[in-house]
Design a protein around this ligand. Structure first.
Ligand code: 5GP
Ligand code: ZN
Length: 114
């Protein structure tokens, strides 16, 4: 999709620090990390947000979490623990309108969810 930041990153038109990729997702380091490990896992297909994960598209959520497990291993946080979140819409503070999941770890994360 034109004019989409993450589509441009996936297409290699905008540089990124790649961490992992497969048939379904592309993952790279967040430009403004909130933890020692902060990776964005982005489905290759342009979907706006988590609400689009229905019907046959729900498979993408499974592929994202499969990738998350691999990335956690690769980043050395599989044993210590990590968090995977997706922000949806205005109140969820979604700032990029291409579905993505934050994988955070490498420190003790806060119990607070906001
Ligand atoms: P959101 O706020 O939509 O959940 O997350 C968007 C994330 O994308 C933010 O954490 C932000 O730091 C990250 N981000 C925004 N622009 C870029 C970019 O050009 N490159 C990378 N690597 N991350 C970006
Ligand atoms: Zn996109």
């Amino acid at each position: 999709m034109e004019d989409c930041l993450f589509c441009s990153i996936i297409a290699g038109k905008i540089p990124s620090a790649k961490v992992y990729e497969d048939e379904y997702v592309y993952a790279f380091r967040d430009i403004n990390p909130q933890a020692p490990v902060h990776v964005l896992i982005v489905p290759r297909e342009h979907l706006q947000d988590a609400k689009a994960l229905k019907g046959e598209k729900a498979l993408i959520a499974a592929k994202v979490f499969e990738a998350a497990g691999r990335i956690a291993e690769q980043e050395g946080v599989s044993e210590t623990g990590f968090r995977v979140i997706t922000n949806c819409g205005h109140d969820g503070c979604q700032s990029v309108q291409h579905l993505h999941f934050h994988l955070l770890g490498g420190k003790q994360l806060s119990e607070k969810m906001d």
